[in-house]
Write a protein that binds this ligand. Structure first.
Ligand SMILES: Nc1ncnc2c1ncn2[C@@H]1O[C@H](COP(=O)(O)OP(=O)(O)O)[C@@H](O)[C@H]1O
Ligand SMILES: [Mg+2]
Length: 222
């Protein structure tokens, strides 16, 4: 469960500061699907980076499964992030010249838990789960946009995360492929119980989620 209360975030700009998130209160239950909507510059990515333990905040509280995040060491944050959170980005963020299977295995290299053959096995299972096991040995840049986003989703789920954070996951895809990707994310949410948080400015993408919030100028307005 994600519990955010009275959270504020400022960015330094020149000599002043910019109030990017204002008294955010938000609880996301396990297994929920949530769309975060709002115009460009509203603060959506800032909120996602904070929930994803990629950025800090200035006041208020963020708890993940009851654990207050503020004050945790970088090592603890990295461990928590690696265990609990999978990221899916608009630009896929793949290593283009590496094979699909290497891209998917990547998160497992950081937790030093598995042998290489076990990592390969888990990566093939994740690729199977997203329907592109047959593409495993291709270079990432040989795939279509939709296939590349599937690789990113396989990479996001390989550590069996509790939460998927997707920032404009369909932003670089045509509308037909967008539907396929959202159906896949929704299916992972429904059948694997993974909490799904999707940032989007597209209503038809947000419609895949049970709950929608809108951010405007750093505040949740609905
Ligand atoms: N690293 C940064 N330094 C200064 N200002 C930033 C930084 N990142 C984002 N901002 C500003 O914070 C506001 C919210 O940005 P962001 O969270 O990226 O919005 P969104 O994802 O909704 O488009 C914007 O006004 C943006 O210019
Ligand atoms: Mg953004």
């Amino acid at each position: 469960m994600i519990e955010i209360s009275k959270l504020n975030k400022y960015y330094k700009v020149g000599k002043g500061k910019m109030h990017a998130l204002k008294d955010i209160d938000l609880t996301v239950n396990d297994g929920e699907s949530l769309a975060i909507q709002g115009k460009s510059g509203a603060g959506k990515s800032t909120l996602m980076h904070i929930i994803g333990l990629l950025d800090n905040y200035d006041s208020g509280s963020l708890k993940i499964d009851g654990q207050e995040v503020k004050g945790l060491s970088d090592g603890k944050l990295a461990k928590l992030r690696n265990e609990k959170i999978g990221f899916v980005m608009q630009d896929f963020s793949l290593l283009d010249h590496k094979t699909v299977i290497m891209n998917v295995m990547l998160p497992l290299f950081f937790n030093h838990k598995y042998s290489f053959s076990k990592m390969r096995k888990l990566a093939l299972e994740a690729l199977d789960r997203v329907g592109i096991k047959d593409q495993a040995e291709k270079k990432a840049n040989q795939l279509s946009g939709g296939q590349r986003q599937r690789v990113a989703i396989a990479r996001a789920i390989i550590s069996s995360p509790q939460i998927i954070l997707a920032d404009e996951p369909t932003g670089a895809l045509d509308s037909e492929t967008s539907v396929e990707i959202m159906e896949l994310l929704k299916e992972l949410n429904a059948n694997s119980g993974i909490t799904l948080i999707v940032i989007t400015h597209d209503d038809s993408v947000a419609d895949y989620c049970e709950r929608k919030i809108i951010i405007k100028d750093g505040s949740i307005i609905s």
